[in-house]
Design a binder for this molecule. Structure first.
Ligand SMILES: Cc1cc2nc3c(=O)[nH]c(=O)nc-3n(C[C@H](O)[C@H](O)[C@H](O)COP(=O)(O)O)c2cc1C
Ligand code: SF4
Length: 440
């Protein structure tokens, strides 16, 4: 199943330059064809290709473009290059090695959306990638590929790269828009959705880097050919970032529908030390975990959803059998607690309580009843927040408690015994200040 599309030429030296990108066919017939089509025909092509968003939610790219209203008001295209989901590093490789693929995709995406202004919102930590993009945008302007009347057509596009300041929440599309407008990046209430009221209140199409970079390929192959790749309802290829305890972590381009086993044991060479898989996150740290019993699942949107998880951003994090599920849970909860914007109570308080309860478990102060309380906190968060950051912690934490309850219980028992033994030892130790004394 080696069907590289986006990564076909990715290691070609100099691909980040306009000259080499053009040598490999970039900004050529496909761009001309796209800009000469009626806008509606381009949208139809995108809908028919079955291309689903590669940033997390998996919504049809073409349908989202079709929601953009007609009319002459200012419309915007925003590329989400925040790439802040833990475990995800595919957009970074695309932007570093092939920035013009993204720009070409944005010229076409903006045309489909009727937008004449576009932004790439890139996370602040990606300073090197932002510099690369700045250079590529300048080259594209010099070559007349951005600005007024691109390739002599009626389509004009101004494109700017905007650096964020390093907050996970700014990857959420409406928080991203606030941040782009110069405000604190807090999620907005939806509706209105960005297609109706987005950047500066104008209609805005927001898509992930990989989604936009795929557009020239969809057009080059034709929607029908593109739709033949992958499986029903999950067409095309997907860039996946694999990390954790695998022998060969990294970015791979796979045909959707490949089995998770073929990814983890085939492409990534299996688990370090030839251990077993304990659990894996199929779509970034926000996705409910799956176990070694799920390795034969097909890696596509619908199969993973049916299995109670999600494909998300395509970031597979693999955890081996020797790693404590309590440690994984605590690490994850601390991240979401830190990144919660604090706007709504279930997320702000729920993430804090989850961290506190996990710390109680670690220090030997918890009882098995705490597990029930912790599970119920996750239920109270899920579906009760303004954006899905709260759910993004509650779903994986809830799934770990449900699937690894005996391990949590054993940990609680061992930690209690360890803590009791330490207390007794500290009281018995003649040369150390008694614990009771230290409290007064
Ligand atoms: C907390 C949070 C963080 C997100 N981070 C990203 C991100 O870094 N990159 C991204 O493309 N989408 C991210 N998303 C999803 C976006 O809100 C949005 O769905 C996506 O950019 C749409 O693009 P797509 O349709 O091409 O996938 C995030 C969502 C949430 C709730
Ligand atoms: S769910 Fe969390 S991150 Fe999202 S708006 Fe509410 S407090 Fe902020």
């Amino acid at each position: 199943m080696s069907s590289a599309i986006l990564f076909k030429d990715i290691d070609q030296p100099g691909l980040n330059t306009l000259a080499v990108y053009r040598e490999r066919g970039g900004y050529g017939d496909v761009l001309r064809k796209g800009l000469s089509m009626p806008r509606e025909a381009l949208v139809t092509e995108l809908v028919n290709s079955g291309l689903r968003g590669r940033g997390g939610a998996g919504f049809s790219m073409g349908k989202k473009a079709s929601f953009m209203p007609k009319g002459t008001m200012d419309k915007y295209l925003v590329c989400n290059a925040d790439e802040s989901e833990p475990g995800t590093f595919k957009d970074r490789e695309l932007m570093t090695k092939s920035p013009h693929m993204l720009i070409e995709g944005m010229i076409l995406g903006a045309y489909a959306a009727g937008a004449t202004r576009a932004f790439i919102y890139i996370r602040g930590e990606y300073a090197q990638m932002a510099d690369i993009l700045d250079d590529a945008v300048a080259e594209a302007y010099d070559a007349g590929l951005l600005g007024n009347n691109i390739l002599g057509t009626d389509h004009s596009l101004e494109l700017a790269v905007h650096r964020g300041a390093g907050a996970y929440i700014c990857g959420e599309e409406t928080a991203l828009l606030d941040s782009l407008e110069g405000k604190r990046g807090n999620p907005r209430l939806k509706p209105p959705f960005p297609a109706n009221q987005g950047l500066y209140q104008g209609p805005t199409l927001i898509n992930n880097v990989e989604t936009l970079a795929t557009i020239p390929h969809v057009l080059g192959m034709g929607a029908d050919e593109y739709a033949k790749i992958g499986v029903e309802n999950s067409t095309g290829t997907k860039l996946i970032s694999v990390s954790g305890h695998v022998k060969r972590p990294g970015n791979y381009e796979i045909e959707l529908g490949m089995s998770a086993r073929d990814i983890i044991y085939g492409l990534c060479g299996g688990i370090e030390g030839d251990l077993e898989v304990k659990l894996w996150f199929p779509g970034g740290s926000s996705s409910p975990v799956l176990t070694k019993d799920d390795l034969d699942l097909a890696y596509d949107f619908d199969t993973l959803a049916k299995a109670g998880s999600m494909l998300g951003s395509g970031a597979i994090i693999v955890v081996d059998e020797e790693t404590s599920v309590v440690d994984v849970c605590l690490k994850l909860a601390k991240f979401y607690k830190h990144e919660s914007c604090g706007k709504c109570t279930p997320c702000r308080e729920g993430t804090q309580w989850t961290v506190k309860m996990l710390e109680r478990i670690k220090s030997g102060q918890a009882t098995p009843m705490d597990l029930d309380i912790m599970a119920s906190v996750q239920e109270q968060i899920t579906g009760h927040c303004l954006c899905v950051l709260g759910d993004a912690m509650a779903m994986p934490v809830g799934s770990m408690i449900a699937k690894f309850r005996p391990e949590f219980e054993a940990y609680i028992e061992e930690a209690r015994q360890r803590s009791d033994a330490e207390l007794i030892a500290s009281l018995d130790a003649p040369n150390e200040a008694p614990l009771v004394g230290s409290l007064v």
